[in-house]
Every structure is written in structure tokens, then in C-alpha cells.
Design a protein around this ligand. Structure first.
Ligand SMILES: Nc1nc(=O)c2c([nH]1)NC[C@@H]1CN(c3ccc(C(=O)N[C@@H](CCC(=O)O)C(=O)O)cc3)C=[N+]21
Length: 292
């Protein structure tokens, strides 16, 4: 068997086109567009690439983009001051502080200073709590993108055995929450899990988000499993995922490639969250199909 390759790039392009249409309607009917502020501290080359991609996608969707660059030596107080100004700026509907931040900065303090309604990353402790308790939340972009791909592939996730590998606040934990909400049976594995291959072999859905190149082997998979690879590992051979793609595609029924899978969906979902945040802030109905 050879797996269907889930084309995240194509699905993301569709999503961005839908968003651009909605933004055009907002502009013509209300005279304003959603605005996304991206804050980059320091000059990590990978972060530079992501921030540039986010800026480009924002502009192509017809949204207003505001980029703020601070030196790696910036104090936490100065960063918090910028966030306070963005929180108060009515043209800014979404705020993203690119992670990681330098060591002198307390990441949680910075994230939790973002207005929850503008927290388009969904990393604020209150958004995490809302997601976990079933209240309206901003949902982290990467897990939201994975959920959209899974629903498109499988329809209902009800009763399905899902394995999330990775327990980060950014991907693993919110992914598990979303799968629970869709009535999947969810296992969360991590670096201390015993018998990861055994856990994998039981799963109809595997979401790999650990940051270990090609960790998940082909013979760990249940035949017909749907595999979502969140890994973005830069290796001497290029960008590789957390799944051994060539082996896994012989066993899985569907699999996301790296690149071209989850990554583009993450950026499209950032735009989706920004549009959702803007509509909520204006008391307008939210466009359908952009949220969990
Ligand atoms: N506050 C914050 N929010 C984030 O969402 C966030 C962050 N910080 N820090 C870094 C990670 C990483 N991330 C990616 C986004 C897009 C691709 C993406 O589009 N990747 C392309 C390949 C791009 C390439 O070649 O590097 C793909 O998979 O096809 C990957 C990774 C968002 N992150």
C-alpha cells in the first residue's frame, strides 16, 4: 500500500483564499481590515524566516501587518511595554510574539500579558484553560491546522484511537484537548513513555510533535493509520519531520509531508485566528470553518 499524501500546502492555500474573501468583505462593508502584530526579539535565522512568511501571508490576505523588531538584549519591561501598547491599539486584532525568547525574558509572563482576545497563538494561560474546559478560546495554530487536516481526511474523529507524541503547551497539550473535544480516545506520549512503538501500533491517528528527526519508524505504525507530522527538524540533509516518511508511507493510509504539510496550515490558521479575533472584537458574526 502507498499512503495518500495530505497536501497541507493546497489546503492552506484554500483557507487563505477564503480568508482573503472575508477580509475583502469586511473592508468594503465596514471600512477596516484585521491587523496582525508580530513581535520578533533578536535575529534567530529560523525565526526571521517564519516572521517573513507570516508577514507575506498577512499582506496577501489583505490584512494589515505590523512588525516589531527588538534587540536580543531587550529587557522584559520594554517588551511588556510594547505589548501594552499593542493591546491598546484598535488597529491590532492579533498579537504574536515569536518564540523562543532570549533567556532574560520570562516567556510565560510575556504571553500572559497579551490581551486574551488578541492572543492569536492561543498560548495565554486563559486561552489554554478555556480550550480545556470547552469555552470559546483562541486555539493554537498548529494543532488547529492538524485538526482541520484530520477532519478533512477522516470526517468524524469520534471513537478513534489517537496518539499524540509530545506534551508541549504549544502543540501536544492543545492537540490532545482538540482531539478529546472531537470524541477521539487520546493517548499522550512523550520522552519518558515506555514502549512508544507499542503505543503507536495501537493508534489509528498518530500526531508526531517531539522534534526528533525520523523518530517514528514505519514498522511502529498500524496499517492504515493517518499520520500527521508536526516536526520541522533542520538536518544536514534538509528539513525533515519526526516521522520516517519513506517507510511510513508504505504502511499508513494518509500522511503529511515535511515540508508542505502542517507548516503551511500553521500560517493559514494564524490568519484564521486573526480574522476570528477581529470579528469577535467588532461584534460581527465569525466566518464559518475557521475555528475548531
Ligand atoms: N509565537 C510563535 N508562534 C508560532 O506559531 C511559532 C513560533 N512562535 N515559533 C516557531 C514556530 C515554528 N512555526 C512554523 C510555522 C510555519 C512553518 C512552515 O510553513 N514550514 C514550511 C517550510 C518552511 C521552511 O522551509 O522552513 C513547511 O513545513 O512546508 C514551520 C514552522 C511557527 N512557530
Amino acid at each position: 500500500m502507498s499512503a495518500r499524501i495530505i497536501d497541507g500546502r493546497a489546503r492552506a492555500a484554500e483557507l487563505r483564499a477564503q480568508i482573503a474573501t472575508e477580509v475583502g468583505t469586511l473592508k468594503s462593508e465596514h471600512g477596516w481590515v484585521p491587523g496582525l502584530a508580530v513581535v520578533l526579539v533578536g535575529s534567530d535565522p529560523a525565526s526571521e524566516v517564519y516572521v517573513r512568511m507570516k508577514g507575506k501571508a498577512t499582506a496577501e490576505a489583505g490584512m494589515a501587518g505590523f512588525e516589531h523588531r527588538l534587540p536580543s538584549t531587550v529587557t522584559q519591561a520594554a517588551l511588556l511595554d510594547l505589548i501594552a501598547r499593542l493591546n491598546a491599539d484598535p488597529a491590532v486584532h492579533g498579537i504574536l510574539v515569536q518564540l523562543p525568547l532570549p533567556p532574560q525574558i520570562d516567556e510565560a509572563a510575556v504571553i500572559d500579558a497579551i490581551a486574551i482576545a488578541k492572543d492569536v497563538d492561543g498560548f495565554h494561560v486563559q486561552n489554554a484553560g478555556r480550550l480545556a474546559t470547552g469555552q470559546a478560546a483562541m486555539v493554537p495554530c498548529t494543532p488547529l491546522g492538524c485538526l482541520m487536516l484530520l477532519r478533512a481526511e477522516l470526517g468524524s474523529l469520534e471513537g478513534r484511537d489517537a496518539l499524540v507524541i509530545g506534551r508541549s503547551n504549544i502543540v501536544g497539550k492543545p492537540m490532545a484537548q482538540l482531539l478529546i473535544r472531537d470524541s477521539a480516545t487520546v493517548t499522550v506520549a512523550h520522552s519518558r513513555s515506555r514502549d512508544l512503538p507499542g503505543l503507536c501500533r495501537r493508534a489509528e491517528i498518530v500526531i508526531a510533535a517531539v522534534g526528533r528527526p525520523r523518530l517514528v519508524q514505519g514498522d511502529w505504525l498500524k496499517p492504515g493509520a493517518v499520520v500527521i507530522d508536526v516536526g520541522v527538524n533542520r538536518t544536514p540533509e534538509g528539513l525533515v519531520g519526526d516521522v520516517d516518511f519513506e517507510a511510513a508511507r508504505q504502511v499508513a493510509s494518509a500522511i503529511t509531508p515535511v515540508p508542505g504539510g502542517v507548516g503551511p496550515m500553521t500560517i493559514a490558521c494564524l490568519l484564521a485566528n486573526t480574522l476570528t479575533a477581529a470579528c469577535r472584537s467588532a461584534g460581527l458574526p465569525e466566518p464559518q470553518g475557521l475555528t475548531a
